[in-house]
Design a protein around this ligand. Sequence first.
Ligand SMILES: [Zn+2]
Length: 378
Amino acid sequence: MTATFAFTAILTVFAVLIWFLWQQQSDAENSPGQEDARISPLLRGINYLLSDEPDQALKELVHVARLQTETAEVYLALGDLFRNKGEFGRAVRIHQNLLARPGLPEALHMEAQFALAMDFQAGGLLGRALKQYRKVLDVQPGHVPALEATLRIREQSQEWSLAKDVLFRLDQVCNTSSSLHHAYLMTEMARGKLGEGDKEQALKLVTKAIDTNPACAAAHMLLAEIDLNRGDHDAAFASMESLQHAAPQYISLLIPMLLEHPKTYTGQGEAFLLACWEKHHDEFLALEWIKGVNTKYGIEEAKRLISRMSFSPEGLRTCLHLKAMMGDDALALASRNWQQQSRNFTCSHCGVEVMDMRWQCPQCHEWGSMRPIQEVQI
Ligand SMILES: [Zn+2]
C-alpha cells in the first residue's frame, strides 16, 4: 500500500518535471541563452532522484526553483514523495520553504499549508499538525480533509468531546448524520467521567449515547457495568438484553464482567448466558465462557458447564483449546502460545485482524466494526 503510494508520488514528481522540462524547452527556443542555466540543474536533480540521492536531488531542484518561480507544483510533489518515504523533516523543509515564498498564488498556498499539516501529523507532531490544520480551516472552514484529519488526531489523543465537535462540523459540511459515531464518542466521554469518579455524569452521557443510536454496543455494555457496580441488577440485565438484541456478537465480552460479580453470575448471570447460547449457538461465546469459568472456578466447574450447555465443539480451534484445558500438558503449552499470537477479532469494514477487542478499528478508524472471528467448522 505504502509502496504503491510512494510509486504514485514518484510518477507525479516525474510527470511534473517532464512538463516543466517541456516548458523550459519552449521558453529556451525564445531565449536560448537561458537554457543551460535552467535545464542542467533540473536534469541533475532527476538523475539524483533516480540514484536515490534525495539530498543532492533537493539541492538541485531548489536551484531550479530559484531560477523559475512556477515550480511550486514540483515542490509540492517532492514534499509528498518525501513524506510518503517517511522523511518528514525534508517534507517539512520543502513545504515551509514554499510557504515563505512571496507572491505564491492563494490556491497553492492553501495546498502547501495542508501538506505541511500532513507532514507534522505523519511525523507524530500532533500539536503542530492541529495548529496547521486550524490555519487551513480558518481560511476554508469547510475543508473536509482538514476536518477529517483533525477528528483523527482528537480521537487518537482521546479528546472525545473535541472530537465530537469536529464530527458535528463534518456532518454539517457533508450533510451527513453520523449518529453511531457520535454515540461511540459519547460512550468514551462517559467512560472518562467514570474514571474521574463522576458516576452521575457518566450515566447521563451513556444514556444519551443509547438514545442517539441504540446500535451502539459499547454504550449498552458500559451501562450494564455502571448498573452492576451500583447494585442495580435488574437494570444491568435489562442493558445486557438490549445488547443481545442490538449486537449479539458481543455477548462474550460480558463474561469477564459477570464473573467478577460471583453472586450476580450464579444468580441471573448463568441463566442469561445459557439463554443467549441456546438462542445464537455462538461457538466463540461458548469457548470464552468455558475458558472464563475454568480460570475462575477450575476445571470441574468448566466440565459441568460444558455438560449443562450440551456443548460439543465443531471448530478446530475450539476443540484444541478444550482438549488443552482438560489436561494435555503438551497441548496446553502449545495452546497458550497459540492464544498469545492468535487474532480473535476482524474489522467488517477493512478486514484487519487484531488480538484484542476494540471499539474503533486501528486501521480504517471505523467505530463498532470489529467482530469476533468465527472459525470454519471441521
Ligand atoms: Zn477497519
